[in-house]
Design a protein around this ligand. Sequence first.
Ligand code: MN
Length: 236
Amino acid sequence: MNDAKVEATGLNRREFLTLAGVAGVGLAVPTLFPLADAMAATGLDQAPLPYDKAALEPVISARTLEFHYGKHHAAYVANVKKLLPGSGLEGKSLEEIVKASAAKGGGLFNNAAQSWNHAFYWKCMKPGGGGAPTGKLAAAISASFGGFDAFRKAFVGAAAGQFGSGWGWLVEEGGKLKVMATANADTPLAHGATPLLVVDVWEHAYYLDYQNRRADYLNAFMDKLVNWDFVAANLK
Ligand code: MN
């Protein structure tokens, strides 16, 4: 299998080879439909972490990521696959499922939104990240908040102040950047805003490493983890 073909499927090489192996074994399958179904379902699969589980230490431990990515996020993904049949949203992308199920709420929305929020959160971090952005994103932050320090104070304040479980966000809405916090699974996708940056403030995101010190986790996230290249790429 060449890379162009792998790329065209939207799967990574390992996923494609797994599917190709399934297809090869399934010679008794009379048509291509089972493979097509398998590939459609793969669009909802949990993507690999963009770094090793130990890569964010000491800010976020490998043990936290083992549970957070390997158990919590994985469970949301598995629940979406269980709840999707009969929903009328089969074959849709995860983002489409989140938006289409938002008004109704319930299990499918909660699990789809959590699947999307976590996939986005992993990409918002990188080893050796943090600090302040540059270029167009820095200018947009200055235009909307009056400067990076004011943005940071607002972002950390919103995330620290979210009562109970939820998420802190930087979003673009109506040409302006805004900070918001959402409770539980809620996501800016459900409110017409474009997510640029997120931090998870469910206790499972930080309790093993910081216990009750959510502000310490948030400051370390800002100083050492934010992947500003990813955040900038989300600003259209
Ligand atoms: Mn989480």
